[in-house]
Write a protein that binds this ligand. Structure first.
Ligand code: ASP
Length: 413
């Protein structure tokens, strides 16, 4: 049986179990003194294992990601255009995610007390926040899991790997391999997810009863609506303005890759189809598509970023932690970088969510809340991830004077 099925079964079984035993807990010493504490222990171990992944995984994958940007300089104008579009669309995606999260307010009224981690950080003056982003001792940042400082150091380090030429290339390759190994460690930890998620969701369901079901449906609605809005406004807009083509031309051209992304939940896996769709249906040259799309599959994850915005807000709402404007700004910055460091494989965004939550001081238990429905969310965000790459690819091609294929021009339609 696939892990996805096991996680789904763990999630559903946990909810059913929790609903069933919840009302019995106060009157039953067996449940309250043995069963529930045991579930608590299992859940805690799972959360600790997730935390264990963050620092090495984020550092290694960001160094490798930053080093892969070395080609950007080589490609000059095209590289800069691609990068600017990728970053800008990602930032807009998170803002849409945060807006959807604020409007739909999926976690409102859940009032879950945060256990593992002291919640809110004190708000500091903005200038101090900016100064705090820079590490004075990178090892100390790692020991304290200070994500922003780790990210900054990783960007310096990855960039320097490019500057250091051949020797730097070797170091970057090493970190790429470390990232790969950390993804294998992630697989091991995720194989325990069905049990961890069963335990955590059973505890929550027992405590809160059926009132927790609606919030999950709302999170799914927020992510799907957000993805649709982002594609309809941002991508269609870019295609109309820069490529002078209709949204139909764009969505029809990329539909094969989009459907495959929805099913496989892996933008890296879909890359060959995205490449062929963009070349054959949009008429983008090989030169541009073979640079823009692989880079996008590695660093451009609008769907993942949007999802992180929605989920961070959901967790804050569920645990009743007020998010200041500064914290939301922090989410925009960390989620943009987290999406750069996210591998294009199923479920990678969930691991990076642990980093976003940690960096703004939100409780890690939130990850367990989201994990049970993550596959449903992953399908939508992967579609947005690859359609975003394709849109940027078409825009860059048009801006370089390439003639795109067919389709009614938006301005004439
Ligand atoms: N599955 C996504 C992708 O491949 C990454 C993620 O989990 O957010 O693009």
């Amino acid at each position: 049986m696939s892990l996805l099925w096991k996680i789904t079964i763990g999630f559903v079984a946990g909810i059913v179990f929790g609903f069933a035993v919840g009302p019995l807990v106060p009157g039953s010493p067996v449940l309250s003194e043995y069963v529930m504490p045991f579930l608590n222990m299992i859940g805690n171990v799972f959360l600790k294992l997730l935390k264990m992944l963050i620092v090495p995984l984020v550092f290694a994958s960001l160094v490798a990601g930053a080093a892969s940007l070395g080609d950007v300089k080589k490609l000059g104008r095209i590289g800069v255009k691609t990068l600017v579009l990728y970053m800008a669309t990602t930032a807009v995606a998170i803002v849409i995610g945060l807006l959807m999260g604020n409007i739909i307010n999926a976690g409102g009224g859940m009032n879950i007390p945060a256990g593992l981690q002291a919640a809110t950080k004190e708000a500091k003056p903005l200038l101090e926040v900016i100064a705090d982003i820079f590490p004075s001792n990178p090892l100390e940042s790692m020991v304290q899991a200070n994500m922003l400082q780790i990210i900054i150091f990783a960007l310096f380090f990855g960039g320097a790997c490019v500057m250091a030429g051949e020797k730097g290339r070797k170091v970057a390759d090493f970190f790429e391999n470390v990232a790969e190994v950390m993804y294998s460690v992630t697989h091991i930890v995720m194989s325990l997810a069905p049990y961890g998620i069963f335990a955590l969701i059973a505890l929550t369901a027992a405590k809160f009863g059926p009132s927790i079901l609606a919030p999950f449906a709302k999170v799914i609605a927020a992510v799907y609506l957000g993805c649709i809005i982002h594609a309809a406004l941002v991508y269609s807009g870019m295609i109309a303005v820069f490529c002078k083509r209709s949204p139909m031309w764009y969505f029809k051209g990329i539909q094969e890759a989009a459907i495959t992304a929805f099913v496989t939940r892996s933008s890296a896996g879909v890359l060959p189809i995205t490449l062929s769709n963009v070349r054959e249906n949009f008429g983008v040259s090989e030169g541009i598509s073979s640079f823009v799309l692989p880079l996008g599959a590695t660093i451009n994850m609008d769907g993942t970023a949007l999802y992180q915005g929605v989920c961070a807000l959901f967790v804050a709402q569920a645990f009743n932690i007020p998010l200041t404007f500064q914290m939301q700004l922090g989410i925009v910055v960390t989620a943009t970088l987290a999406s750069v460091g996210t591998a294009g494989v199923p479920g990678a965004g969930l691991i990076m969510l642990t980093m976003v939550l940690t960096s703004v001081g939100l409780p890690m238990e939130g990850v367990a809340l989201v994990a049970g429905i993550d596959a449903v969310l992953d399908a939508a965000r992967t579609v947005l991830n690859i359609t975003g790459d394709a849109a940027v690819c078409a825009v860059v091609a048009a801006s370089e004077g390439e003639t795109l294929k067919g389709g009614p021009a938006a301005s004439q339609a």
